[in-house]
Ligand binder design. Structure first.
Ligand SMILES: [Zn+2]
Ligand SMILES: [Zn+2]
Length: 348
């Protein structure tokens, strides 16, 4: 049987003529977008040297080139388009936000398609590897954080680290940075880009965590005829935290404040007294739990607190006023006391 040359026609609209995967050029273009653009693209820029981070790594190119690279690397391309290229016009909304109007040109056989779209580009301040390394070696000020006559607890170590890093990040000053953090002698050493940063952090830490501050400058050398000092700022965190239960002299007390004075609230009497931190150094921490307990008024007139897990009942001191059904109590190995603090007061 002889072949009959089939007439080519579009399966969509029936038009005769050349087809692309069974469609006329018009329907093919309609059916196949060139790219699937996202709404937002992020790119990191080194705040120190201006490099941009592309898939290939950090590269010292100008912004236009970086944006072209970003589009090429990150905009999802749709089959069957090939050799897709991008051109764009960038409009600055602010220093770190751009609005890009983009044309994506795709090719398939003898067809070309241009797709227009907009995308927001967010420039993320960052630090490239080489700038990070340079900074890692440099420091001027040192901040030492220690416990007052004791080692820092793991909770304090974490808390202090987080506090310092968050504070430096929030300031967003490229000249103020942490070069290195070391754990030493039950404390932490921070190596900082400036002496001023060390002093400021020491003050803020002592205010938040309760403690004393001192600093000692040491002549380091000369720079352009000027004497350069390295200042070591030292914070000693106080012996207690809010919520600690301590035995001081003859009484059992909970710590309700650590600065500027230590306030000890006697658990048996409910009376508070304030002290200079150095005057209560001899107080000893006592193991205790703090939780919301059920309060029961017994027929004998006695008022007891019930441990939420063991259900052990103990007389509670001082007796709660009124007919309260629940109260926050401090539970030691041999007693139960009303607390003035919320149940979730952190224990170190
Ligand atoms: Zn058609
Ligand atoms: Zn850099």
């Amino acid at each position: 049987m002889p072949y009959e040359t089939a007439k080519m026609f579009c399966v969509e609209c029936g038009a005769e003529g050349p087809t692309y995967q069974g469609l006329c050029a018009r329907d093919f273009l309609k059916k196949h977008p060139v790219v699937a653009p996202p709404e937002v693209l992020d790119i990191e820029r080194c705040t120190s040297c201006g490099s941009f981070r592309l898939k290939s790594g950090w590269s010292k190119v100008d912004r236009e080139l970086a944006l072209t690279g970003l589009l090429r690397e990150t905009i999802p391309k749709m089959a069957p388009w090939e050799r897709i290229t991008f051109t764009h016009v960038a409009r600055e909304e602010d220093a770190n936000n751009l609005s890009l109007t983009v044309k994506a040109l795709g090719r398939f056989e003898d067809l070309q398609s241009v797709q227009d779209f907009r995308v927001r580009v967010r420039i993320k301040p960052s630090l490239c590897d080489s700038c990070q390394k340079q900074r890692g070696r440099y420091f001027e000020g040192t901040l030492q954080v220690r416990g007052d006559g004791r080692e820092l607890t793991p909770g304090e170590m974490r808390g202090v680290r987080t506090f310092v890093i968050a504070r430096v990040d929030r300031a967003g000053d490229p000249g103020a940075f942490v070069s290195r953090i070391e754990e030493v002698h039950g404390g932490l050493d921070f190596y900082l880009s400036t002496n001023a940063l060390g002093k400021a952090l020491a003050r803020e830490l002592s205010e938040s965590f309760g403690g004393s501050v001192s600093s000692s400058p040491k002549l380091f050398g000369q720079k352009q005829g000027r004497e350069v000092y390295r200042v070591t700022s030292l914070v000693r965190l106080g012996p207690f935290h809010i919520g600690d239960v301590v035995r001081y002299k003859d009484s059992l007390a909970e710590v309700t404040s650590v600065r500027p004075f230590v306030i000890l609230r006697d658990l048996a009497s409910g009376e508070s007294r304030r002290f200079k931190p150095k005057d209560v150094r001899s107080a000893k921490r006592v193991d205790a739990e703090r939780f919301v307990a059920k309060i029961e008024h017994l027929e004998s007139g006695q008022i007891v607190a019930v441990h939420p897990e063991s259900e052990e009942a103990r007389p509670v001191r001082p007796p709660p006023k009124g007919r309260t059904a629940h109260a926050v109590v401090v539970w030691t190995h041999d007693g139960a006391y009303l607390s003035l603090l919320p149940a979730e007061t952190s224990k170190p």
